[in-house]
Ligand binder design. Sequence first.
Ligand code: FES
Ligand SMILES: [Fe+2]
Length: 375
Amino acid sequence: MLKNFWYAVEFAHAVTRSPRKVTCLGQDFVLYRKRSGDVVCLSDLCVHRGGALSMGKVVDGDVIACPYHGWQYGPDGGCVKIPANPGGRGIPKKARVDAYPVREEYGLIWAFLGDLPEDERPPIPHFPQHADPAFRAVYFEMEIGANYERTFENVVDASHTPFVHGHSFGNPDKPEIPDFEIVQDSWHAEADILLSPPPAKGLWKRLYKEKPEQVVVTNGWYLPNIVKLHVRLPFGDLILYDHNIPLSRDRTLIKIVGYRNFFTGKWADGNALKRIEKILLQDRPVVESQRPELLPFDLSDELHIRSDSLQVAYRRRRRELIEAGWWVGDDDVVTGDAPRRSATVIPSPARRDNPELARAWQHKARGAPAEKEQA
Ligand code: FES
Ligand SMILES: [Fe+2]
């Protein structure tokens, strides 16, 4: 799992003034809205006895209270009140949780999970359809019992569609993938791929005058975990942004925002969501059965052919980021796995911004470089 990226952790419409737990990179976070409407993201792990802040309450304006002994934390993660302390007793410096930068874009809440200063952070990708009134969006999610890099690569992989999605999306009679060219920068890669669609079914049949021989599908990835699938149908565009959120080493929450510029009435949302669900239900058993469960680190541990080149580009770029120290290991995941005696958290920017606070954190930071800094 890679730290130092903006992760879309929740749909914006699901985040209110009430605390909401979300999970990413094997760590729980609490989200809530301030009175201003801005969203706060804190580590969900109270430093006192590890209570879940998400089970607490937002009190006193923008402050969240732990449900266990009522310690209160401000939006910057600093503890502002310890109810058991008699009046006048100070609050220990270590009484603080990590607070993560938040942005709200494209109907999603993005949290920056890492400690990079603002000007060094990789960008949130640009999804131009969101601001275009010709498009309508649907929001879909599903949990899958597989590692997020397996589910991520699956959507970048055009050559499985005739087999896993035969008759719904792929065409089993036309499995060849013509060679394609990849356009790539530091954070993103994509390619236009020619696919042969199967005959249209259901609602879409109404729009098909004649089945095209081939459709252009723009398929690509944005680091760390987003896949774009832009299908140019003869009657319009369908664009899916598929977020593969690592809940734990072996569980992934897929969140998809799907845009279409045909059948843009609300009445067709159900059909659009059903099509997405059908495809994911076809993928699920396949990715859950892949072995090894985790994506190998070494390119030579699996066999690649020309049509796998988007995945190979991802694995190469991932290798560079691992070398830069952005990988957070599986050994210290604090959620979803076995019971533990220690807890570590993804380091937040405040750890770098305030060197005088470097020793003020109760929970140790995950990831080697931040740990070295602290030592
Ligand atoms: S565990 Fe949170 S206040 Fe005690
Ligand atoms: Fe698939």
